[in-house]
Design a protein around this ligand. Structure first.
Ligand code: AMX
Length: 440
């Protein structure tokens, strides 16, 4: 059965569960909120629902109930590769089902029909100053495509109907995930390769085609597939996923929603951390002035950063309390790739991994001294020649589109409400503090 039909069945089967929870159990208490959480970024408050992924603080992410190794193991692989195609992962994220090869082939073919990025999108990006950050270019590229939003057209048609609205979100979401690697490759070639563009190869799956379009080797095809899958989704509370969900909750279409999500991803405490990690490493190497990195000089560099009041990029996490399995998956890729495991940059990152958790624990501030996804990702890109590290967050953004778009398709399918938490004043907090808590 085609992906959209399978999804229709799944959404319709799921709806009564959501309706029953709100109608019969709507007043059941599942959490409480402290002053710390109110001032401190709503940390840990259970107030979002998704079945697409779940982040356990100790174990890390599960996509549709599967760990990263289980996901890679279960999904059909790209021809001649140890990694699944991004298209098979998209099917899995949306439906929770492991697709057959025939179902994957259908998605690959469907994405081909959606990849035609209008020329005005490229014109809009080209009109920006060439030294604009590539995340600005990506966000503008997504916004420029909004004109053709099928969801917006459906809303404006006068025939808007909540029960089927998800279908036009699915159409926009599929267009976005199929087109975003094309836009990203365009930005890469525009900014760093003198605007020498490479045409789509219609024979290739999404990851392989992205590798081809940025002029990469065959080996990079798996890097792209792995990278996009690993960065796809991290439940709903992170800045990019939450922003996308929030903006779409006002029935802003997927283009408005994901452009906003990308703007959040561009923050240094979130997706931009992968760029920051490489910047930190390069700065450190400069200071070494040709000397070998050792545990001693890495420790000193980490303390210099902390003593300057800065964060160590790539370390810490708002939810995780152990090494991010997305870090581990990339580290294993490095260890299993001849050449990469002996690469000096990989060795340095491995040394930071040995050193930073101890230093951060001694520093005593962060609740999680372990590395996150961003501590390892730049090394792989660097090794394969993608050395323009301000581009790394764009790669994250291509992957993150999968999770954000799958989530808002389900948001509409289940008719989730416009998001509108309540704010309070400092006077109110002080009053409740004096009274030992708010009286209900
Ligand atoms: N280096 C130095 N200090 C750190 C730190 C780090 N890597 N991580 C946390 N801290 C500090 C915080 O700044 C905070 O200090 P404060 O009390 O002076 O404000 C204190 O430790 C407590 O923070 P926390 O509860 O452990 O973390 P958080 O939930 O507030 O923030 C995160 C989480 C990721 C923003 C933070 O760990 C951080 O800034 N890490 C570095 C940037 C990074 O790698 N971001 C990428 C995260 C993954 C992603 O989204 N891509």
């Amino acid at each position: 059965m085609a992906l959209k039909d399978t999804l229709k069945q799944k959404i319709e089967a799921h709806r009564p569960r959501t309706t029953r929870l709100t109608k019969e159990f709507g007043k059941v208490i599942i959490d409480q909120v402290t002053i710390d959480q109110c001032i401190g970024g709503a940390r840990d408050i259970r107030s979002l629902v998704t079945d697409i992924s779940y982040l356990d603080p100790q174990e890390g992410i599960r996509f549709r109930g599967k760990t990263i190794p289980e996901t890679f193991e279960a999904l059909p692989k790209a021809a001649g590769s140890a990694y699944p195609t991004v298209e098979s992962f998209w099917y899995f994220l949306l439906t929770g089902d492991v697709p057959t090869q025939a179902q994957v082939d259908e998605v690959v073919a469907e994405w081909k029909t959606r990849q035609n990025v209008p020329s005005y999108v490229f014109d809009a990006i080209r009109a920006l100053p060439r030294d604009s950050h590539p995340m600005v270019m990506l966000s503008v590229g997504i916004m420029a495509m909004q004109k053709d939003s099928k969801f917006a057209a459906f809303y404006n048609s006068g025939k808007f109907n909540k029960m089927v609205a998800w279908e036009s979100v699915y159409e926009d979401a599929s267009d976005i995930v199929a087109r975003i690697p094309i836009v990203a490759a365009f930005i890469y070639n525009l900014k760093y390769k003198g605007d020498k563009q490479i045409a789509i190869d219609p024979k290739l799956d999404m990851g392989a085609n992205f590798a081809h379009m940025i002029g990469q080797s065959d080996q990079y095809k798996d890097v792209a597939r792995m990278y996009f899958i690993l960065h796809s989704d991290h439940e709903s509370g992170n800045v990019s996923a939450h922003t996308t969900h929030l903006v779409h909750s006002a029935l802003s279409d997927p283009y408005y929603a994901y452009s906003a999500g990308l703007n959040g991803l561009a923050g240094p405490l979130h997706g931009l951390a992968n760029q920051e990690v490489l910047g930190w490493i390069m700065e450190f190497q400069k200071k070494l002035n040709g000397a070998e990195p050792t545990k001693e000089n890495v420790t000193k560099a980490l303390w210099d950063t902390l003593n300057a009041g800065q964060v160590v990029p790539g370390y810490g996490h708002a939810v995780l309390r152990k090494t991010d399995p997305r870090y581990t998956a990339q580290r294993e890729f490095c260890l299993n790739t001849p050449g990469l495991k002996d690469d000096p940059l990989f060795k340095l990152v491995a040394m930071i991994f040995e050193t930073a958790p101890g230093v951060l624990t001694e520093h005593g501030k962060t609740k999680n001294p372990w590395p996150n996804v961003d501590a390892q990702s730049g090394v792989i890109q660097w090794y394969y020649g993608v050395k323009e590290w301000d581009f790394y967050t764009v790669l994250f953004g291509v992957g993150r589109a999968l999770g954000c778009m799958a989530n808002i398709t389900w948001d509409r399918g289940l008719g989730y409400a416009i998001e509108r938490p309540k704010s309070v004043t400092t006077d109110m907090l002080e009053k409740w503090a004096a009274e030992g808590g708010r009286k209900f």
